[in-house]
Ligand binder design. Sequence first.
Ligand SMILES: Cc1cc2nc3c(=O)[nH]c(=O)nc-3n(C[C@H](O)[C@H](O)[C@H](O)COP(=O)(O)OP(=O)(O)OC[C@H]3O[C@@H](n4cnc5c(N)ncnc54)[C@H](O)[C@@H]3O)c2cc1C
Length: 484
Amino acid sequence: MSRWRVNRYHSGLAKRVITIAPLPPEKSAYALARYSRSADSIRQSIEWVRTHNSQQFLESFYFQYGHQSIADLGHTVLCFEGISELAASEIEDEVLWDGQAKSSRYQDFSKGGFIVPAEFNAVDAASYQSAGNALIVAYQEIHVLVDAHLREKLPRPESMKPEAYGRNIAARAFDVARYCLFWGVPTNVGQVTSIRTLEKQIKRLRVSEFGEVRELGLEIAEACAAPPECTWDDLNAEPIAPTLARHAEPDEFIQRSHADVAAWAKQNLDVAPLDAPRVDLVKPDDVLTEIAATLLYPVCSHSFRALYETLRGWSAARRGEVLDVALQSRGQRDDFLRGFRGGQYCFDMLIDIGAYRDMHRHRRCHQYRQAYTGQYGYESPALLAEAGAQGVYSAAMDAALAAMQQLPEPGRQYLLPFGARSRFLFKMDFAEVEYIARVRSGVKGHFSYRDVAWQMKQRVDEMEPELGRLLQATPPWVEDPLKR
Ligand SMILES: Cc1cc2nc3c(=O)[nH]c(=O)nc-3n(C[C@H](O)[C@H](O)[C@H](O)COP(=O)(O)OP(=O)(O)OC[C@H]3O[C@@H](n4cnc5c(N)ncnc54)[C@H](O)[C@@H]3O)c2cc1C
């Protein structure tokens, strides 16, 4: 048993690990967000939430002040039944998404008919239905033929039970038959997401080109505002995310940006086709070209290689124009679109531990740290000298760093003060540079990481001014200490 356990059990401290049964997601978000700003224990915070209005809290902090990570603290479970495979694929098109869809290997898809898009008139619907029926018939026939073929080719081993053998053969036959399935066949999907992801998902679905998908976006919002369909017990019978439901408006930025880039491409894009293998590998060496080509990719039918090579021959100004067009409808609260997640920026930071604690929380990057040695000295905020506290501070820091060196490892690291510097590597794409530079340089933040975020923008400005100009960071000298 380690010394820590002995110490803890002998000192009779309260439990350090506390499990919480699922709460309604918005209640959970409120309880955990409040927990970070109050001295209360989580038990007290949950009691607080029982008697206070979580909708009001989320309205102010999440939607008005834009503390988006609050919505990461509540998770929702939703299921979709009888939706088209196409809609399922659109639903699943989130990076931070957990879920499972009906398996085309283990389930027979010929039984459920198929979805006829509401956009069709009667004539189109009839020809779609007859083509769809033919595909389903082919699916069934192929499954029978391949099943029989596989049974002949791969006889059951003595050691395998007949049921297991039958299931395996059927699954392999479905793997072949599935080539005849199509986007209109119905499926079921179960998903677990944070409220934050759910909000993004609803907004995105609501601007889909497909009516079914747009309707599903609305239905999700309605379902979030109504009592849940399935409950484990009566405790969780309240709506899962009523506040979110009121705010999940269509994401017009995605829609407009796509339309703007498509219109621009129609007028300006002239790409010579290039031969490429079925799975091609392109290793961009220029981020501006990579992002411009990525933005154009979804609105044209050229290979990425052909686009990239063509754009490389353009002037930086013309490539930059693609980015400007994609951003021209961006609102105050809109994040950069996926297309901007290009490039690899490696920021090597010699920063104080406090700043690292804050920067560390950015997940859309890869982070590495060196050992906590205390060898790089410490930061001295200007306010210390202004307040006449420099002497106290320096003495305390010098003494701590000296004491640290006398202590054994591991263990001495525990004495490293938050003002001490250490070295960290942050690797991220351009969109995350933009996000961190914008969010972390804002006047609400701590001056230490505000400066780090500002320095990040400076480095990009120096190296790639045509991309640096898109980074909207607030300079450290713009201050508003009373802003929450
Ligand atoms: C003023 C301020 C006060 C704060 N106060 C506190 C506090 O009191 N306590 C506390 O614990 N924290 C606090 N934080 C930290 C905050 O809660 C966040 O953890 C931190 O800011 C990271 O934010 P993020 O999730 O938006 O960023 P990131 O993790 O950088 O994410 C950026 C975006 O990418 C998405 N994303 C993340 N990972 C991925 C991925 N792998 N793939 C695709 N997309 C991804 C996110 O959903 C988000 O939209 C504070 C932050 C600020 C700015």
